[in-house]
Ligand binder design. Structure first.
Ligand code: PEP
Length: 257
């Protein structure tokens, strides 16, 4: 089994951007631009306030909608939080979990990422679980240790059948929103390492089926080289997902492979 059997996923992470009218306009522009894409799963992960608009504009199209986080409890006294069931009930399909901005600014840990991943799976959402090293960790030559630990902890207690519903996004923290992209070789090296860690935990056959994206300043200019790598199955895109033309160019690059 190889890359050819894994569908590439290009997911936009809008972060805290776009009002509802802006979200509507962006998606209305995107829908016709990507309507003929066959080999790439296209996902827009949008702020909670835009989910209803996004679901309505993309209904019946080849664009799937995701949220940017969810809580791990089903309901209760968690002011300001949104549960996985609330998202699933709306028709949301994907949810980004463990994004480095959540880990950095909102004190999320591998333990809570693990709990959120389990909650998302229980609600039939497809988690996009983000892992990645800090610049300091790369400089200290412990990238592999950091990634191995995140994979082990974030997926702790998750069975193979559930893992197959997950997407992993390798996002070196130093490349997110900085304009510094990992080279295609660096991205391939770590994505292959992640697949190797999954093989140790779940067996090679399972590991070969898991979509592993690269994320970190991916854009129209560098996407083709990144997604051409054997173990890079698409991308999680921040800034460049906020403009339909830029996002489409990345999707087109992944369609060609
Ligand atoms: C992200 O938010 O996941 C991301 C990769 O951002 P950017 O593409 O802007 O670096």
């Amino acid at each position: 089994m190889n890359k050819a059997v894994r569908k590439a996923i290009i997911a936009g992470n809008w972060k805290m951007n776009k009002t509802r009218p802006e979200a509507k306009a962006l998606l209305e522009e995107l829908v016709p631009m990507v309507k003929d894409i066959k080999n790439v799963e296209i996902v827009a992960c949008v702020p909670f306030t835009n989910l209803e608009t996004a679901l309505s504009v993309t209904e019946g199209t080849n664009i799937k909608i995701g949220a940017e986080n969810c809580h791990f409890e089903k309901s209760g006294a968690f002011t300001g939080e949104i549960s996985a069931d609330m998202l699933a009930e709306m028709g949301v399909e994907y949810v980004v979990l463990g994004h480095s901005e959540r880990r950095q600014y909102f004190a999320e840990t591998d333990e809570t990422v693990n709990k959120r991943t389990k909650a998302a799976l229980a609600a039939n959402l497809k988690p996009i679980v983000c892992v990645g090293e800090l610049l300091w960790e790369r400089e200290c030559n412990i990238t592999n240790e950091v990634i191995a630990r995140q994979i082990k902890l974030d997926f702790f207690g998750i069975e193979a059948d559930d893992l197959k519903k997950c997407v992993i996004a390798y996002e070196p923290v130093w490349a997110i929103g900085t304009g510094k992209t990992a080279t295609a070789e660096q991205a391939q090296e770590v994505c292959a390492f992640i697949r190797g860690e999954l093989a140790k935990l779940y067996g090679a056959d399972v590991a070969e089926t898991i979509t592993i994206q690269y994320g970190g300043s991916m854009n129209a200019g560098n996407a083709a080289e990144l997604v051409s790598k054997t173990d890079v199955d698409g991308g999680l895109i921040g800034g460049a997902s906020l403009k339909a033309a830029d996002f489409t160019a990345i999707i087109n690059a992944a369609e060609i492979g």
